[in-house]
Design a protein. Structure first.
Length: 225
C-alpha cells in the first residue's frame, strides 16, 4: 500500500516553548481515512514521537495502522521538565484539534479518531478519550490510572519533575492527574493491556501484540458510525 508521510507538522505553538510537532502517515488510496493518534511513553520525562519502545521494530505500529487503512498521527508533547501538568494533557488535546481542523487538507475522517499510547502515553490516550466525547476509541498499553495508589517517593528518583511530583500536595492532588478521576458515565470503546511477566523484552512477536489492537480499533470505528 502506498502512503503519504507528512513529517514535522507544527500542531501548536505555545509562547515560551518549542513548537509542538507531529508526523502524519496517511494511506494514499483512502479518500477520508480514520486516524489514530499514537502517544509515546517515557514516564513523562523522555520519549520521542518518531521512536517506538525498544522491544518493538521501528515504525511497526505506524506501518500496521496504515496497512489496515488507518491514518496514524504520532505526536510529541511537552515533557515534565519543560512544563508541569496539565500541559501534557492540553498538548494532546491541541493535536487532536489540529487533526480535526485540517482533516480535509490531509485526507482524514474528522469524526473518526482514536488514541493509542504506551505507559505515560497510555495515560494520556485514556485522558483524551475520557475527556473528549468525540474520541471514538482508546488503546492504552500499561498506563497508570490511579496515581493516588503509588507509595510516597515513587517519583523521587527521577531527575526531572513528573506531572505528579510537580503538584504542591501529592496525595491530595494526584487525583487530578489520575485517569480514574476523569472517567465519565458515557460509553467509550477502551482497550487496556498490561505487561505479562512471563514475556521477556523482545521475546514475543510485536505483530502478535499489535494485531488485536489494530482490528479492535477498526471495529470500534465501524460500530461508532
Amino acid at each position: 500500500m502506498r502512503l503519504v508521510i507528512y513529517s514535522g507538522l507544527t500542531y501548536a505553538e505555545v509562547p515560551g516553548y518549542r513548537p509542538l510537532l507531529l508526523d502524519l502517515h496517511v494511506p494514499d488510496d483512502a479518500a477520508a481515512a480514520p486516524v489514530v493518534v499514537w502517544i509515546h511513553g517515557g514516564g513523562f520525562v523522555s520519549g520521542d514521537r518518531r521512536y517506538l519502545p525498544a522491544t518493538m521494530a521501528p515504525d511497526s505500529i505506524f506501518a500496521a495502522l496504515t496497512g489496515a487503512g488507518l491514518a496514524c498521527a504520532t505526536v510529541d508533547y511537552r515533557l515534565a521538565a519543560e512544563a508541569g501538568w496539565p500541559a501534557q494533557r492540553n498538548d494532546i488535546a491541541a493535536a487532536i484539534s489540529f487533526l480535526r481542523a485540517r482533516a480535509g487538507e490531509y485526507g482524514l475522517a474528522s469524526g473518526r479518531l482514536a488514541t493509542w499510547g504506551e505507559s505515560a502515553g497510555g495515560h494520556l490516550a485514556l485522558m483524551a478519550g475520557l475527556t473528549d466525547s468525540q474520541v471514538a476509541a482508546v488503546v492504552a498499553w500499561y498506563p497508570l490510572t490511579d496515581l493516588t495508589l503509588l507509595p510516597p517517593g515513587a517519583f523521587s528518583g527521577m531527575a526531572a519533575k513528573t506531572p505528579a511530583s510537580s503538584l504542591s500536595a501529592p496525595f491530595d492532588n494526584w487525583a487530578r492527574v489520575s485517569v480514574i478521576s476523569s472517567s465519565s458515565k458515557s460509553s467509550k470503546n477502551i482497550l487496556t493491556r498490561h505487561c505479562d511477566s512471563r514475556v521477556k523484552p523482545g521475546g514475543s512477536n510485536p505483530g502478535e501484540r499489535q494485531a488485536p489492537a489494530n482490528s479492535w480499533i477498526a471495529s470500534s470505528f465501524n460500530s461508532s458510525q
